[in-house]
Design a protein around this ligand. Structure first.
Ligand code: OOG
Ligand code: MG
Length: 264
């Protein structure tokens, strides 16, 4: 991947994204000022942001795949999957409260999360390798929050903003992939008791483990492995839905159980 940004531009853009994340303030998408920015530039800014978060004392717990379903690609107008990093301070337990004041314009997504028990790496990683390396899967909700005004962006900008990562919530029940057909699991997504979406896990690149394999292949381009014990979100099955304080969101999965989150 070739860069168009200089090292000082990468740092300047990381400053912008970091401030927008920390202050929950929307900024214009980065390509408005740097129209030649490409995907590699986006990942260079994201990697700089990851180094800063680690320096600040947060622990890298894993990674997320994003824009891995047609519903999400159509909603965001981006047709290439992407990845982002997940830090310890983004994690919330089942039915936790999430403060909306800390976020610009949060949205929720229902996703299957993987926890790995073997290292995965390399540009040829396959779905079967992912399944063999999976310790267990969990039902999850991702709370995304683009830092770009109007939740409008292009691929390089959203990658620089760490794939809109903000919070993630996991259900308590861990399941072995050998006991499930991970391709055909249904999910009903509800807000305040009303269905806001439903789908099946095949919506995610045909099989959610395919999204994890994609993520490992992108990590290989960044010279990063996916170590054993990593937590990985495989991407929203349905469209993301906006939430505000007072909302209660539940994802009810076939065979995986439910996971919920409350917004205050
Ligand atoms: C980018 C992040 C997408 C997913 O699950 O597809 C994502 C965005 O839509 O803001 O997390
Ligand atoms: Mg997501």
């Amino acid at each position: 991947m070739t860069l168009t940004l200089s090292r000082s531009d990468i740092e300047r853009l990381a400053d912008r994204v970091e401030a927008a994340q920390d202050n929950a303030r929307a900024i214009p998408k980065l390509t408005d000022d740097f129209p030649r920015m490409g995907l590699a530039d986006g990942y260079a800014v994201q990697s700089e942001l990851r180094r800063r978060r680690i320096r600040q004392g947060h622990r890298l717990v894993g990674w997320k795949a994003g824009l891995t379903s047609k519903a999400k690609m159509l909603q965001m107008g981006v047709d290439v999957p992407s990845i982002g990093f997940l830090m310890s301070n983004m994690a919330r337990t089942d039915n936790a409260q999430v403060r909306t004041d800390d976020l610009v314009h949060p949205r929720v997504e229902c996703e299957v999360a993987f926890v790995t028990k073997k290292d995965l790496h390399g540009p040829d990683c396959t779905r079967d390798e992912v399944l063999a390396a999976t310790d267990f899967v969990l039902p999850a909700i991702e709370v995304i929050d683009s830092r770009f005004a109007g939740f409008k962006f292009d691929l390089p900008s959203v990658v620089a903003d760490n794939g809109s990562s903000a919070r993630f919530v996991t259900g308590a029940r861990a399941r072995d992939v050998a006991d499930l057909d991970l391709r055909t699991l249904g999910v009903v997504f509800e807000k305040n008791g009303v269905s806001i979406g439903m789908g099946a896990t095949a919506a995610v690149l045909g099989h959610p483990a395919e999204a994890v394999a994609m993520l490992v292949r992108v990590l290989a381009e960044l010279d990063e492995p996916l170590p054993a014990g990593s937590f990985v979100m495989s991407g929203g099955i349905t469209e993301a839905v906006a939430v505000t304080a007072g909302d209660h969101v539940v994802a009810r999965y076939q065979d995986l159980g439910s996971v919920s989150v409350r917004f205050i």
